[in-house]
Design a protein around this ligand. Sequence first.
Ligand code: SF4
Length: 254
Amino acid sequence: MGLAEPASIYETSEPVGIRDEIDALNIRFAGATAQEILSFALSERFAGDIAMVSSFGADSAVLLHMVSGIDPSAPVIMVDTGKLFPDTLRYRDQLVEQLGLTDVRSQKPAKPVLSEADPAGMLWMSDTDACCHVRKVVPLEEALSGFGSWISGRKRFQSATRSSLPPFEYEGGRVKVNPLADWTAADILAYARDKDLPPHPLVAQGYPSIGCMPCTSKVKPGEDARAGRWRGQDKTECGIHLPTLGKELDGSGI
Ligand code: SF4
């Protein structure tokens, strides 16, 4: 792609024994609650070396609420692609204030990178993989450069590619923690109702999965929740959850 990024950010070395530890953690935490997994990750094993990554989308309030209950000062990273719905930015501000989160970081694509790769801001029309790469993957990698681990809100029910998602993974030189891996859509709804969490305003308008404005469309009754993401394209992930994150710049693919 020809982007001039410092190579050091993408160099990773695998800690000795990390994959054995991940296997052991997945056995130890099989059947554990999301709060138990989160508490262990935030307060014990990865304390001080972990950030939560949130899109402040349709399901995000649940995990953010849990994090705020364990450590409201935990770093939370949001990648602001510059193409998000204004509703998402307002929802972020609402949740941050309501939950008392004190370290929420909005990471934007660097201006020189955008000037080179997407000067007109229309790259999404011709090459969504490249657009996701410069607007999501690269900024997230930069935001995570000081962390050895991160928390994601992915769930197994969301797609075929996530159907065997474990609570702990080691990918791209970092540990990824998925506390909600075995949660269902009904679990999410029940928790949100029980805690009286505000819904993302676009959910009621027909958007059960919310990404960037140009690449998110309404979902019809009976359709998969993520059917409105990159509709009509052979694309289901933005690239931040591919193993290439943290390894190299030319393998793009929320
Ligand atoms: Fe670009 Fe669309 Fe990816 Fe957002 S979701 S970064 S607009 S291609």
